[in-house]
Design a protein around this ligand. Structure first.
Ligand code: BG6
Length: 512
């Protein structure tokens, strides 16, 4: 491109987002490579990034686990994971280049010797691949092991940032079990790594449709005027899953669904729905707005009326016979753990006062769907005879996060005919219909951002604390109750108690 001297060359502007965001040379170390997350999400995402040309030739991947594997064994595991789970097509030349930088360290996290071996493996890679001494450590392991690993990283000199090199640590939720344990965990991590080097993963923030919430709200003039309590009368945030707990009994039964996804994914969705416009998408500004809104969230006033929890019992789902939660392998008979939770919260600020936000989530529900629905107040006057509008519900704007990514606007329209009859219709935007490119997986985006050191999509400790402050009183109420979670049939939309909860306020749950 030829430009006269006085015109800025957009290709040289570092802020120009049209430039591809490519990571620099570095080593990514994954602890817990034998786990489900690593196999289904992390390793495929690394390959997809490589396939999209977003990883440099100097990239290296190190797996650390107890298995007695050699480098080639691990490379084969990565290969199988990529073949089965990668989003983009398999290309031999991409794999060849990636596999040259794959290493495995067999070891115990409590063992000094193992970390010395890790250190020399990384040093060799730094040398051979020209990584510039940049390292990211991904802790895909239970939080109870974080202190040991973080301590080892400190003792082996991995946390020291030297001139021109970086060292980052990536931690997966759950960030603690409650407010107190989250604080302890944070203390452990922050005593070793500065907060700018800690990347907390909430994979919902990596989803394209979740980022689209910001585009929809802040790139358009159309929605802002109605995005408040003058027009919205309630908000429903749903994360429904059709799967059960799979092989994760040990993890899931210890925490339940509220800790598993409300504390993080659902409250993050609430924050993005309700926050004020940040002055920029700079991490500091965005986090400040999310913190402000989370601090304004008031937990339910009446726990007995504004919360509901349930547990699936066996039945039929999608033509398949499935077992109930109590029959899942590894679940103790006297468990009180919930697999469904619904709560109502309010937001104490000018924009949202008087607008209830209903959050619900569950396993083994009728279908997999995540959406945010803003329900609008009814028109103050309807100049029709009552029978004309019998089938008219409330207007709604629905942000469809998955699986049918898009946005729906629901409103009333005249049914063709000689009479005035009004019925609800949908106006749809579908990602698939408007864009030819398929959306990257959340983990592709988040791993790339870690390697680039780009922090806006990673919640900070303050947000984690505020979320626990909202959830803790609910969890305490449930823990103190003698009641067990109410039963609901697999394949249904959850327990009756949740329908009753929302009906008390004069609303009904959407059936997406
Ligand atoms: C995880 C939860 O964070 O999110 C799982 O631990 C849940 O229980 C999963 O199944 C759902 O993620 P997604 O991206 O499939 O909606």
């Amino acid at each position: 491109m030829i430009l006269s001297d006085d015109r800025p060359n957009p290709l040289r502007d570092p802020q120009d987002r049209r430039l591809p965001r490519i990571a620099g040379p570095c080593v990514l170390v994954i602890f817990g490579v034998t786990g489900d997350l690593a196999t289904k999400k992390l390793m495929p995402a690394v390959y997809d990034l490589a396939n999209r040309g977003l990883l440099p030739p100097g990239f290296a991947l190190v797996g650390f686990a107890r298995r007695d594997w050699e480098d080639q064994d691990f490379a084969q595991i990565v290969h199988a994971a990529v073949k089965e789970h990668a989003r983009t097509p398999f290309r031999e030349e991409v794999w060849k280049q990636l596999s040259e930088g794959i290493r495995f360290v067999s070891g115990e996290i409590g063992d000094d010797e193992s970390f010395s071996r890790l250190k020399s493996t990384i040093a060799d890679l730094d040398e051979a691949r020209g990584t510039g001494g940049n390292h990211a450590f991904y802790l895909s392991i239970p939080p109870s092991l974080f202190p040991t690993v973080v301590g080892q990283l400190r003792d082996h000199g991995f946390a020291e940032e030297q001139q021109g090199r970086w060292s980052r640590v990536v931690i997966e939720k759950p960030f603690g079990h409650d407010l107190a344990s989250a604080r302890e965990l944070n203390q452990v991590v922050s005593s070793v790594f500065p907060s700018s080097s800690v990347f907390r993963i909430d994979h919902y923030l990596g989803k394209e449709t979740v980022q689209n919430m910001m585009a929809l709200r802040f790139a358009n003039q159309l929605f802002e005027p109605v995005w408040n309590n003058n027009y919205v009368d309630h908000v429903q945030i749903t994360m429904a899953e059709d799967i059960g707990i799979g092989g994760r009994a040990g993890y899931f039964d210890g925490i339940g669904i509220a800790r598993d996804v409300i504390q993080n994914h659902l409250l993050q969705l609430l924050a993005l729905t309700a926050m004020e416009e940040p002055t920029s998408f700079d991490a500091r500004q965005l986090r400040a707005e999310k913190q402000k809104i989370l601090a304004a969230v008031r937990p339910p006033k009446r726990m007995d009326l504004h919360t509901a929890r349930g547990r699936y019992v066996g039945g039929w789902q999608g033509g398949e016979k499935v077992v109930g939660y109590l029959e899942e392998k590894g679940i103790p008979a006297d468990t009180k753990t919930e697999t469904y939770a619904a709560i109502r919260v309010d937001i104490d600020n000018r924009r949202w006062a008087g607008v209830p936000f209903y959050l619900r989530t569950g396993k083994r529900l009728a279908r997999r769907v995540t959406e945010i629905a803003l329900g609008f107040k009814r028109a103050p006057h309807l100049p029709f005879t009552a029978t004309d509008t019998e089938e008219l519900g409330y207007n709604a704007l629905v942000l469809r996060i998955q699986p049918d990514e898009g946005v729906t606007l629901r409103f009333g329209a005249k049914v063709p005919g000689t009479q005035m009859e009004i019925r609800e219709v949908n106006m749809d935007f579908a990602y698939g219909g408007s864009f030819t490119e398929s959306s990257p997986e959340a983990y592709e985006r988040l791993i790339l951002d870690v390697l680039l050191g780009d922090p806006p999509l990673f919640p900070q400790h303050e947000e984690v604390e505020l979320s626990w402050q909202i959830l803790d009183p609910i969890l305490d109420f449930w823990a103190a109750s003698d009641e067990r979670p109410s039963d609901y049939d697999a394949g249904s939309w959850g327990p009756r108690s949740a329908d009753e909860m929302i009906a008390r306020d004069g609303f009904t749950w959407r059936r997406p």
